[in-house]
Design a protein around this ligand. Structure first.
Ligand code: DGL
Length: 275
């Protein structure tokens, strides 16, 4: 048993879609979340840079006592997950990979849309998922340029967001997809708009519930669960502007209001994250 927090990070607010699910499944667990808004978006950055950011953020979260790290960012998982497991062998990690497996298992048209950043599509994690699970299905991919920035601006339903999503989804619909995989943790915040565009006949897969279940399994395996009567706390940190981050939270319509939430800023200094 351990009341230490679960460490979670992303380039920005995207990983909060994962945090909410973890919170819902394990309300007694404390979490510490770091949004690297000083560097968002990660998608267009070189792999080595995203790997370096991920390593330093992990170091910081561990210095804050994190008992398990969730890389709540597909791009950072693609760039750094293997590296992180190598340099922190004692730490349990949970990473993100596009949910191609459940999509391939349930599609009836045999055509699946995948939305993710170009860095995620180029990584070996995606290549391995495709090789293992998508032999008999056709994957249609889109990088949705600019979508992460719109979500970071709290623009979940506006015109610009709709234009980006329509540009990505309409050709997929025309090609006959019946499933869309959200391969970037920012995108679930746009699910109402995505569902409006694709209509009721298309299944939208957000991997967050499965990721949260994996967190639970790992905590159990390592004997790290918090006692069920613990009051889990939530600490949200940004490497960007504290007030801007705090004012963005209500626009994301996430249900964390009843919890004890502390929002604070941290800084990058000499290549490391500091209080
Ligand atoms: N949430 C990140 C992901 O899952 C965002 C990518 C970005 O910062 O470009 O890929």
């Amino acid at each position: 048993m351990s009341t230490a927090p679960i460490g979670i990070f992303d380039s920005g607010v995207g990983g909060l879609s994962v945090l909410c699910e973890i919170r819902q499944q394990y309300p007694y667990e404390s979490v510490i979340y770091l949004a690297d808004q000083a560097h968002v978006p990660y998608g267009p950055r070189p792999v080595e840079e995203v790997r370096r950011f991920s390593e330093e953020i992990t170091r910081f979260l561990l210095s804050r006592g994190a008992k398990l790290i969730v890389v709540a960012c597909n791009t950072a998982s693609a760039a750094a997950l293997r590296h992180l497991r190598q340099i922190f062998p004692q730490v349990p990690f949970v990473g993100m990979e596009p949910a191609v497996k459940p999509a391939a298992e349930t599609t009836t048209t045999g055509k699946v849309g995948v939305l993710a950043t170009s860095a995620t599509f180029q990584g070996e994690l995606y290549a391995s998922v495709v090789e293992r699970f998508a032999n008999s299905v056709m994957l249609l991919q889109s990088t949705c340029p600019g979508l992460v920035e719109q979500i970071e601006a709290g623009n979940l339903r506006g015109k610009e967001t709709a234009i980006i999503l329509e540009g990505a989804l309409k050709p997929m619909l025309a090609a006959g997809i019946d499933t869309v995989v959200l391969g970037c943790t920012h995108y679930p915040f746009a699910i109402p708009l995505i569902e409006e565009i694709v209509g009721p006949g298309v299944r939208v897969i957000d991997p967050a519930p499965a990721i949260a279940r994996q967190v639970g399994r790992l905590l159990e395996q390592h004997g790290l669960r918090a006692p069920a009567d613990s009051a889990g706390t939530i600490t949200l940190l940004t490497t960007g502007e504290r007030d801007q981050f705090a004012s963005l939270l209500p626009t994301l319509e996430i249900d964390l209001t009843e919890d004890m939430i502390e929002v604070d800023a941290v800084v990058w200094e000499g290549g490391a994250v500091r209080d």
